[in-house]
Ligand binder design. Structure first.
Ligand code: NAP
Length: 479
C-alpha cells in the first residue's frame, strides 16, 4: 500500500518557518487518521521567539493606526476568499461539523473587521485638570500605548475565532504576539499566520510556537519580557498560569456550566429547538454551552417531552457531511471521562432520558433527577450532556443557577418584567441573556466571567484596552 503524504508543519518564528527538534503526529478525532506532522517546540524555541518579539515590539509600536487597521482588514478579506478551506481545516483537526465550522469562519472574518475598526478609533481622553485648584493652568490628556509582547494561549474548541480574539486586539493596539495554540488544533494557527504574513504584518509580530503547553506555554508565562498573557482554556490551567505570571497582566477566559431558567407561563414551543442547539452545538464543547436547565414545575413534563424528541432528531455522522450535527468528542479520554460522570450521576439517583455512546461518539444525553453534587451538575461537562430540573419559585431558580463555582453567562426566558430585572441584578455571571439561552455571543460585546470562569473581558474593544497602557501627559502653563 502506498503511504499517503501528510503535511509537515514547522514552527513559525521570526517571520520564517523553521524546523523543530522533533515532530508529533496529529490525528483526526473523527477518523483517527494521521493528518499532519506538527513541530514540537522547546523552551529554547520559545526563548528565540521572545527575542524576535522584542524587536518586533519596537516596529509595531511605530506602525500608525491606519496601517494596523489595513493589515487586519486584509486578513479579514483573505479569510473571506479562503473561507471554505479554513472551514475544512476545522472539520479535520477539531471534528467540528462543517456547518458549524463555516459559522465559526464567518464570525472570525467579522472579528478581524471589528479589530480593524478598533485600531482606527483607539483613543485617550482630555482630563479636566482645573476641577482641582492645584490643577489650574494645566492641560492633560491620556494616550493608550501598546503594552509590549502579548503571549496568547488558546484552546481547541474555536481555534480560528478565539485566536482572532487575541491577535485582533493585540495588533489593533500595536503589540506583537506569540501564539501557543492547543495541541489538537495547530493547523488553523499556521493557516492564519500565513494570511498575516501575506497581509504585510511586520516580521516577528506574529509567531506560532507549537509544543506542550506545560513547556512552551509555561516558558512564555514565566518570562518577564512578555507583558500580557491572554489565556482561554480550563480553570485548572488558568490558575497555574496566574500563580506563575508574576506582575504581568493576565486575562483568563475559563470554563462554565451555564444555566438557563424557563419561567412560569413562558411559551416553550418556540424555544425547544434553540435550547437543544444551546446544549449540543459542537457536542457541548463550547464554554457557554447550556448545561443546566431549570424549568418551572408547571411546564416541566411538557418541556422534557418536547426537548427529548428534538434531541433525538440530531444527526450523528462524519463532521465533513453537510447534515451532521454530532460527531466525535475531541479525544477518547474525554469520551471515557463523560461516560464515567454519567454513571456517577445514575448511581446518585439520576435518570438518563436519552443518550449513550456510538463508537467514538457520545450521543446527546438528557439527564433528570441529578444530584447537585454529581459532576454532570456541578462541574463543566464540555460534552453533549444536559441536566434538566424543575423549580417552584423564581428565587429558588436564581439560587440554583448561582449554586456554581462558575459564572460566565446565564439565560432567562420570562414574560415577567420584575423577574427579568431580578435575574439581571442577582445572577452571578459576566453576562445575562434575557429571553435567550446563555450560549449567545456576538464578537464585539464584552465577554468574560466571574468566579472560576475567569478574569478580564474579551470582545474587541475591551480586550484592546487590556493590551494597552494608559499614559497621562500633562502640560503646565503656569509661569
Ligand atoms: P486547556 O486544556 O486548559 O488548554 C488550553 C491551552 O492551554 C492549550 O493551548 C494548552 O496546551 C495550554 N496549556 C496547558 N497546560 C499549560 C500550562 N501549564 N501552561 C501554559 N499553557 C498550558 O483547555 P482546552 O481543553 O483546550 O479547552 C477547553 C476549556 O476552555 C474549557 O474549560 C472551556 O470552557 C474553556 N474555554 C473558555 C472560553 C471562554 O471564552 N471563557 C472559550 C473557549 C473555551 P496543550 O494543548 O498543548 O496542552
Amino acid at each position: 500500500m502506498i503511504k499517503q503524504e501528510i503535511p509537515k508543519k514547522l514552527l513559525f518564528i521570526g517571520g520564517a518557518f523553521q524546523e523543530a527538534a522533533s515532530y508529533k503526529t496529529l490525528y483526526s478525532p473523527h477518523s483517527g487518521k494521521a493528518i499532519a506532522e506538527v513541530a514540537v517546540g522547546t523552551r529554547e524555541d520559545m526563548q528565540r521567539a521572545i527575542a524576535h518579539a522584542e524587536k518586533a515590539a519596537k516596529t509595531m509600536a511605530k506602525l500608525p493606526a491606519h496601517k494596523r487597521a489595513a493589515i487586519l482588514q486584509t486578513v479579514s478579506a483573505l479569510l473571506q476568499e479562503r473561507k471554505e478551506e479554513a472551514a475544512r481545516i476545522l472539520t479535520q483537526e477539531a471534528a467540528k461539523p462543517i456547518s458549524m465550522a463555516r459559522a465559526e469562519i464567518g464570525r472570525t472574518i467579522e472579528t478581524y473587521q471589528f479589530a480593524a475598526d478598533e485600531a482606527r478609533r483607539l483613543h485617550g481622553e482630555t482630563i479636566p485638570m482645573d476641577a482641582s485648584a492645584m490643577g489650574e493652568n494645566r492641560i492633560a490628556y491620556t494616550v493608550r500605548q501598546p503594552v509590549g509582547i502579548v503571549g496568547a494561549i488558546t484552546p481547541f474548541n474555536f481555534p480560528f475565532n478565539l485566536v482572532a480574539h487575541k491577535l485582533g486586539p493585540a495588533f489593533a493596539a500595536g503589540n506583537p504576539v506569540i501564539l501557543k495554540p492547543a495541541d489538537q488544533t495547530p493547523l488553523s494557527a499556521f493557516f492564519i499566520a500565513e494570511l498575516f504574513a501575506e497581509a504585510g504584518l511586520p516580521e516577528g509580530a506574529l509567531q506560532v510556537v507549537t509544543g506542550r503547553g506545560s513547556e512552551v506555554g509555561d516558558e512564555m508565562v514565566c518570562d518577564e519580557r512578555v507583558k500580557v498573557i491572554t489565556f482561554t482554556g480550563s480553570p485548572s490551567v488558568g490558575k497555574t498560569i496566574r500563580q506563575k505570571a508574576g506582575l504581568k497582566r493576565v486575562v483568563l477566559e475559563l470554563g462554565s456550566n451555564s444555566g438557563l431558567i424557563i419561567d412560569e407561563g413562558f411559551d416553550i414551543e418556540p424555544i425547544i429547538k434553540r435550547t437543544v442547539t444551546g446544549a449540543f452545538s459542537f457536542m457541548g464543547q463550547v464554554c457557554i454551552s447550556l448545561q443546566r436547565i431549570y424549568v418551572h414545575r408547571s411546564l416541566y413534563d411538557h418541556f422534557l417531552e418536547k426537548f427529548v424528541v428534538e434531541t433525538e432528531r440530531l444527526r450523528i455522522g462524519d463532521p465533513a457531511d453537510e447534515t451532521t450535527d454530532i460527531s466525535a468528542l475531541i479525544s477518547k479520554g474525554d469520551t471515557e471521562r463523560i461516560q464515567e460522570w454519567v454513571e456517577e450521576a445514575k448511581a446518585l439517583g439520576a435518570r438518563v432520558l436519552t443518550g449513550g455512546t456510538e463508537g467514538h461518539v457520545v450521543k446527546p444525553t438528557v439527564i433528570v433527577d441529578a444530584a447537585p453534587h454529581a459532576r454532570v451538575s456541578c462541574q463543566e461537562t464540555f460534552a453533549p450532556v444536559v441536566v434538566i430540573s424543575p423549580f417552584d419559585t423564581f428565587d429558588e431558580a436564581i439560587e440554583a443557577v448561582n449554586d456554581s463555582t462558575y459564572g460566565l453567562q446565564a439565560g432567562v426566558y420570562t414574560n415577567d418584567m420584575e423577574h427579568a430585572f431580578e435575574a439581571a441584578e442577582c445572577l452571578e455571571v459576566g453576562g445575562v441573556m434575557i429571553n435567550d439561552f446563555p450560549t449567545f455571543r456576538v464578537d464585539q460585546m464584552p465577554y468574560g466571567g466571574v468566579k472560576e470562569s475567569g478574569i478580564g473581558r474579551e470582545g474587541i474593544k475591551y480586550a484592546t484596552e487590556e493590551m494597552t497602557e494608559l499614559k497621562l501627559v500633562c502640560f503646565n502653563r503656569n509661569k
